[in-house]
Design a protein around this ligand. Structure first.
Ligand SMILES: [Cu+2]
Length: 141
């Protein structure tokens, strides 16, 4: 009886140690990169949209744009009026994909560079901009 209870005690202690180790692995990793998914044109007919049309990201995160219906691209508004800083304009010119995707489930995956400044950046799809296919990328530090 005494043997069993000390055995189960050590099982409990062992289990606690395992939980602590797992817990520290899960919670100690600093600001892990997150993957955000935006569907392009989930409607079967126009008006096409980005869904969701707004995501909040941190540098290092990725945003995966997946084409669902029709053919789309992702262009950031890099006008001097919208982005004053030259370096930031360069970053968002690089993140833009002018070429239209071809097939369903084609993807554009962008990684937000570390030097991206916190702000709200506008993007749109060239052929459907006028019908409202626009979105916002909110970058937080
Ligand atoms: Cu589009």
């Amino acid at each position: 009886m005494r043997f069993i209870s000390s055995f189960s005690k050590s099982i409990i202690i062992l289990a606690s140690v395992v939980m602590l180790v797992i817990g520290s692995l899960v919670f100690s990793s600093p600001a892990e990169a997150v993957e955000h998914v935006i569907k392009m044109g989930p409607n079967k007919k126009p008006p096409y949209v980005f869904s969701p049309s707004e995501v909040t990201v941190q540098p290092g995160d990725t945003v995966k744009f997946i084409q669902v219906n029709s053919r789309h691209n992702v262009m950031f508004d890099t006008s001097t009026k919208k982005i004053k800083d030259r370096t930031q304009r360069k970053i968002f010119k690089k993140l833009s994909h002018r070429k239209l995707l071809k097939k369903k489930n084609d993807q554009i995956v962008i990684t937000i560079p570390d030097e991206t400044k916190p702000d709200t950046y506008d993007f749109f799809c060239t052929p459907h901009k006028s019908s409202g296919m626009k979105g916002h990328l909110i970058v937080k530090s």
